[in-house]
Design a protein around this ligand. Sequence first.
Ligand SMILES: Cc1ncc(COP(=O)(O)O)c(C=O)c1O
Length: 481
Amino acid sequence: MNSKEKVFLDESLKKVYNPTDFREIGHQLVDMLADHLEHVQTDSDSPVIRFKDPEEELSYWKDDMSSETNMMDFYKKILDRSIHVHHPGYMGHQVAVPSVISSLYGLMTDVLSNGTGVYEMGMASNALERIVTEFVAKKIGYDTNASGFLTSGGTLANLTALLAARRAKAPNLVWEEGHQEKLAVLVSEEAHYCIDRAARILGFGKEGIIKVPTNESFQIDVSVLQEHLDQAKQNGLVVIALVGCASSTSTGSYDDLNALANFAEEHNLWFHVDGAHGGGVVFSEKYKHLATGIEKADSVVIDFHKMLLTPSLNTALLFKQSEDSYKTFEQRAQYLWDSQQSREWYNSGKRTFECTKLMMSLKVYAILRMYGEDIFEKNIDRLYDLGRVFAQILKNRAGFELLLMPEANIVNFRYVNLPNKDVNAYNSKIREALLKSGKFYIVQTMIGDQRYLRISIMNPLSTENDFEALLDEIENIAQTF
Ligand SMILES: Cc1ncc(COP(=O)(O)O)c(C=O)c1O
């Protein structure tokens, strides 16, 4: 290009940054979302989901692309065609019902769009990240040697923790030399699938993920750990880590973390706790006993976007020894920081998998600042209490079977008043009919070879009446079979 040529700025690019558009559309959007929140909380007839088949949904949006619509119509369509986690009938996957303040900070962080991995690209965000993670570390029971960071989701956090475990416990430096041994981790058969995935990403192969059976309460069976470890050694594997669930995904069961910590210490294994779902009990006086022993873990994952009122994704990964977290990714990136060796908490990218990272800390900090430190405790207590209430209601109702008294806010049950019918198949049909009715959103799971309906009570505004209404609805559906 000739240096004298003028560079043309298209008017539409100026429009992209128009503050007036931002103000106008933003005000309307906030009003619309506030109406939505009011609506789902007060109008019992509003659906939690208007379910459409995937192909139908796809063709709807393909048509939309070529249609002339204003932005508010578009937002309205998105709202109508999305699941509503603020609805009291939302009892499905473990996604927090986000507090309004954290959602508003979401808007702010998207406007600022700080990359945060490098200090200057997120000064406030990095400082708040340190405050938030130190707060969590203290609640876990760690001392001042601990530290951590925020990352995008439990899946990534578990992978990062196992990378740190490999760095700390593998006999060779895999990061530099590649695999010299066949490495492995010990984990409950009830662990979330992301642990299996992480082990495979780490190059352990399917042999390297040793699934330990669980007892009747779906906790890892501590009594068979030794034989699994011995067998692994005989098979030529080097076991580097033991993973505990706090809690498991399917049933919300807490492993005996104390026993696991002792076993790990005895055998020089890294002890990691996947507390993505239930690690938040560290905030609760009433329920923290479920995770006794968590303070002995080398690393802990806790999702703010599950039990802690924060929009997805927002996860804390904590290390008992801060030093371990800095060793995971020893890599040079000259354009980002001067030396990889120096341990700078404010350059959070040194320790995370991510390079550019969302400004997650603001959302958590905003909740603590606006509602006080005990808001997480109140949410955990309410949701776990409701789990017990739902189980009790279910026990008193003929025709239903409860899998086990829940430890967390996850309850598995099924409808069994189905004479001469396949209970598994018909519980699936019940769940499908519920999805299509849009009145409730629940999920299903397999326990052994049995199909169960599964609820995670995520909405603190759900009540006993909602639970009774859900069970009434299931009975009504069963009548139609
Ligand atoms: C116990 C457990 N670990 C990890 C995950 C994965 O977390 P994320 O969805 O934040 O990646 C889940 C998700 O449900 C979970 O229940």
